[in-house]
Design a protein around this ligand. Sequence first.
Ligand code: ADP
Ligand code: MG
Length: 959
Amino acid sequence: MKAARTKTPRRPKKPTNPTLKDPVGVYCRVRPLSRADQECCIEVINETTVQIHPPEGYRVFRNGEYRETQYSFKEVFGTLGVQKELFDVVAKPLVEDLIRGKNGLLFTYGVTGSGKTHTMTGSPGDGGLLPRCLDMIFNSIGPFQAKRFVFKLDDKNGVDVQSEVDALLERQRRDALPVPKTPSGKRHLDPEFADMINVQEHCKVEEVDEDNVYSVFVSYIEIYNNYIYDLLEEAPFEPIKPKPPQSKMLREDQNHNMYVTGCTEVEVKSTEEAFEVFWRGQKKRRIANTQLNRESSRSHSVFIIKLAQAPLDADGDNVLQEKEQITLSQLSLVDLAGSERTNRTKAEGNRLREAGNINQSLMTLRTCIEVLRENQLYGTNKMVPYRDSKLTHLFKNYFDGEGKVRMIVCVNPKAEDYEESLQVMRFAEMTQEVEVARPVDRPLCGLTPGRRFRNQAFREELARKLEMRGGPLGGETEEQSVAEMLLQNFPPLPSCELLDINDDQTLPKLIEALEQRQKMRQMLSEEFAKNVLAFKTMLQEFDSSVVSKEHYIQGKLSEKEKIIAGQRTELERLEKKIKTLEYKIDILEKTATIYEEDKRNLQQELESKSQKLQRQASDKRRLEARLQGMVAETTMKWEKECERRVAAKQLEMQNKLWVKDEKLKQLKAIVTEPKEKPERPSRERDREKAVQRSLSPPPVPSSSPFAQGGHSQRLASPPQGPRRSNSCSSISVASCVLEWEQKTPSHKQSTSYARTKQEPEPSRGCNSSHRRRGMCWTGVLEVPRHREELEIEEDHCCRNAPPVRLRHRRSRSAGERWVDHKPPSNVPTETVLQPHVPHAITVATASEKALAKCDKYMLTHQELASDGEIETKLIKGDVFKTRGGGQAVQFTDIETLKQESPTGRKRRSSPSQPDPLGEAADSEWTDVETRCSVAVEMRAGSALGPGYEHHAQPKRRKP
Ligand code: ADP
Ligand code: MG
C-alpha cells in the first residue's frame, strides 16, 4: 500500500545546530565465505577501502583491461573482524549519545545471508550489536536506575514521572494481576540466547550524570509488506484458529518524532530482561512467519531502546517531579530486509508481491537518500518522499536533522552475490554524502551537581558514627555471625529408635543432645534479648540523630528563609526602582510627543509663511512690471506732448511774425499810396491781390504739420464790421486786420474771437455748452445746405445774431457752388466723420478762376488746440463780384471741428480723475449707432448756429 503523498505542515523543530552537520556514517562489514572453496569477488584493501571485481563468469573487459572497482567507507571490517571491534567503533558512540539524551539510528543493509542479523543480534557466544548496546546501557546507568513505574510512557510518545510511593503502589497493583511475571535473572533465560548476552567486557559510558535517575523501555516492531506489527503485543491465546496480528499506525509526536501508535513498550531493568523481551519478539516473529508462510528475510525488524531520565531533587533523594525536566532519547536498531532484487529469489504469487513491497521500501529509502543528497549538494529544495513507505516515514526525523545515523553495509564476498553487492556498494557510497544536522546538547538541570553522592556520603557518615559509639550496628554483625555459628553447630538429634531392650547408648546420647540443645537455646534466647536491647538502643539513637538532623535542617531552613527574606526586600526595592523608571520613561515619552507636536506646528507655520513670502515677491514683481510699463507710457506721452507744444508754440510765433510782416507791408502800402486816387478799381484789385496772397500759404517747414496751417489764423480773424459789409459787398483783408487789431490787442483775444461777428457772447456760451456736448461726439457729416435750417437753429441759441445774416435768408442752396480751399499743409485727421461739400471746386490754393465760378468760399484751417489735439476750422464766406471785375470774399461763418483722444476718455472714466466736463461721464460711446443718434439729436436740439463744432472720434478705438 502506498501512502498518500501529503506534505506535513511545518512546525518548530527541536533545537538543532544548523551549522554543524555530520555525514551519515557508513561502515562496511565483509563476512567470511561459508566454504573455503567458494569464489570470492570482494577484497578488503585497507581499513577504509574494499575492492570488488567481477567473478569469473561475470568478467568484463574494457579497453582490454580487467575492471575492478574500489569503494571507500568510514571504516571497513574484514572477515577477521570481531563483534566487539564493530561495536566499539559503530555502536558505542550511539549509546553514549543515548545516555546524553540524543537520538540515534543504526541499521544494517545488505543482501540476504550477508550477515545483517549476525551483526545486529549475533550468535550464541558472540553477541551482536543489540545485546552489547543493552549491556553497555545497563552497565552505565545500573546504580542510577529509577524504581519501576517511576517513569510512565504515555500513548503519544511522551513520558511522565511519578513519586516513588505512587510507583510502589502501582507495582503492587500490577503484581496482584494474574499476568505472568516478567522473568528476571539469568537462570530464567532461554539457553538458546543465554550466551549472546554473556558479554565479558564490562563496557560502560564514563560520564553518566549521577544526579539523574534512568529508566529503559524497549519495543520491537516488524515492518512487513509495508505494514507495521508490534512484536511485543500480548495477544490472547487462541489455539484453534489464531488471529493474524493487527498492523499499527504511524504518528508524529510534539517533538516531531515518529512513533507507532499503541506499540507495547516494556520497562526493563537489566540486560537480561531487555534481551529476554527481544527474544520473545523474535520468537513471535518466527511463529508468525511460519503460520503465515512468510519469509523472515523479507521483513524489516526494528528494536527501539528508549531511555528516560530525570534529575533528582535538591537533596538527591527523590526524582524531581517536573515533567519538563524529563529527557527521552531513543536508539533504533534496524535489521533491514535483504536488498536483493525480486528476480534473484524464486518468489511466486504472494511472496512476489511481498518482495516487491520490500523492495519498494528499500527503493524509497534509496530515493530519499538520493533526494537528500541532491538537496544538500545543489541547494535545491525537493520534497523528500519519506511518506512513500512506512520504513522511511518512521525514520524521517533522523534524516531531517535529528540525531546520528549510522549504517553498516554487510556484504558476502561470494561470487554469486557480485551484482547485488555492487548495487549495495553504490547505495552505500551515495548515502555517505548525506549530511545530518548534529543535535545540540540537552540543557542541564539547574540544581547543584553531586546531590546523590553527598546524600550517600551522609548516610555512610551516620553509620560510621553509630559504629564508633559502640552501637549495636557493629556488634550485630559479629553477633549475627555467632548466632549463625550456633545455628550451624546446632547438634542434630541422634537416632531415637531403641533397637533392643539392652540398648543403653541411645537414651544417654539423646539426653546429652537435648541438654546441649537446651544450653544452646538458652544462649540463643540470651543472644536474642541482647539483640533486642541493642536494636532498641539503636532505634533510640537513630531517633535522636533524626532529631538532631531535624534541628540542623531547621537551622538551615531558617538561614535560607532569612536569605529569601533579604532577596525579597531586594526584589521589592528593584520593583520600586522599575516603577520610578517607568514613570520617568512615561514622562519623557509625553514630553517627546509635545515637542514633536510643536515641531510639526512650527514646520507648518514656516511653510505657510514661506508661501506667503513667495506670493508677495511675485506680486511685487508684477507691480514693478506694471509700473515700468506705466512709466514708459507716461514718458512717451509727455515726450509727444512736449513735441506738440513746441510745434504749437513755433506755429504761433510764426503766425505772429507773419501777421506783423503783413501789417508792416500794408502799412507800407498805405504810406506809399497817394492820398487821393480815383482809380478805385485798381485799389480794389490790389486788395484782391492781397486777399489772394493772404489765401496762398507762406512757405513753412514741412516737418511741422501745424505750422502749415498757420496762415489760416489770419483768415480766421473775422472782418470787424458787418456794417461795412452791408454797404460794401466786398471786404478788404487789411481793413479786417486793422479792425481786429483795434479790438483785440493780444493774440489770445483774437483766438478767443475766432468766430464771425454773428457769433456773440451768448452764442459763445452756447458753443461752450456744445463743446461739452461735443465731447460726446456730434456726427454731422455735411455742411448744412439749407440756410433756413441753420437760421432756425440760430433762432434757438443765437438770438442776438446781427441782422447781416438776414440778408442771406433767401434759399440759394440749390444754385450754390462752393470753393473748397484745402491747403496741402493740412493733416489728414482720419476721423470717421468728415465734412462734405457737394458741388464744390476743391483747390489747394485760392485761385481767382475758381472764385469767379462760385459764390461760396470755404477754407479748411488746422491748428493745435489747448488740449494738444488738432482743431479743424471751416471758415466760410460769400463771394462777391467787385466793381472792378474781381472777386471779394466776405467771411460769414467759422465751423470748428474737434477730435478727442480715446486715452483722454479713458482717463476721464477713471473714478480717481473726475470728468472735467461732467456730462461726458454720463455717456458711453460704444457704437456708431449710438453716436449717430446723439449727433442727430444735437443737430435737431442744439443751437449749432452758423459755427457748430464737430468732435470727431478717431477711426480706431484703443482698448
Ligand atoms: P542475513 O541476516 O543478512 O540474511 P545472517 O546474519 O542470517 O544473514 O547470516 C547468515 C549466516 O551467515 C548465519 O548463519 C551466520 O551465522 C553467518 N554469518 C554471517 N556473518 C558472519 C560473520 N561475520 N562471521 C561468521 N559467520 C557469519
Ligand atoms: Mg537476517
